[in-house]
Design a protein around this ligand. Sequence first.
Ligand SMILES: C[S@@+](CC[C@H](N)C(=O)[O-])C[C@H]1O[C@@H](n2cnc3c(N)ncnc32)[C@H](O)[C@@H]1O
Length: 199
Amino acid sequence: MSERQHQKRSGWRFPPERRHMLWDEEREKRLPPELVLQAAGTEPGATVLDVGAGTGYWTLPLSKLVGPEGRVMAVDVEPLMVDDLRRLVQERGLTNVEVVQSDELHIPLEDGIADVALLGFVLHEPPDPVAFLQEVARLLKPGGRVAILEWQKWETEVGPPIEHRISTDEARDLLEAAGYRAEPISSPHEDVHAWLGIR
Ligand SMILES: C[S@@+](CC[C@H](N)C(=O)[O-])C[C@H]1O[C@@H](n2cnc3c(N)ncnc32)[C@H](O)[C@@H]1O
């Protein structure tokens, strides 16, 4: 069995009808967005991909952080999430955010446009996470970075079923298999692990 086949997974998709759960006060206490985005090295003026953006939990703080000189591309595969994102962008008048509907392994954006890509609790979902990380790599500038947040592979109050989670060692292995140099970064919470992949 090849390395790539070995790393295919059964696939899991966050149920879009439960998308209200992605944004509540408890989550903001557990995962203060500013702390996470600083650890990911996101700066004013940067072009950032929020891949698997969901309902925009990270999109809003990213828009504020990159500011008027920066750009945020909020990407999701689920049409219901994309609709919510478009509504959010319109309601808040976010002129630096573009919402993008993607396919499972294709993001319809040009090569080499982004400084940073954020994958906030997304990598455990695609059935072929290595191919997914490679598609993200296509969109990064040379030296660009992908920041990954995932639930630890142990029981927690919220989060996906444990059999679908990615352990911290698996996250590093997937990044390396996709051609990134993997570095752990400080985690906002003990139940969450965080990695940076550098091209
Ligand atoms: C658990 S939610 C996290 C949403 C958001 N990042 C957050 O932290 O609030 C995972 C999101 O990834 C999206 N997703 C799953 N597979 C994807 C893929 N191949 N390409 C783009 N988005 C994907 C899902 O539709 C869902 O919105």
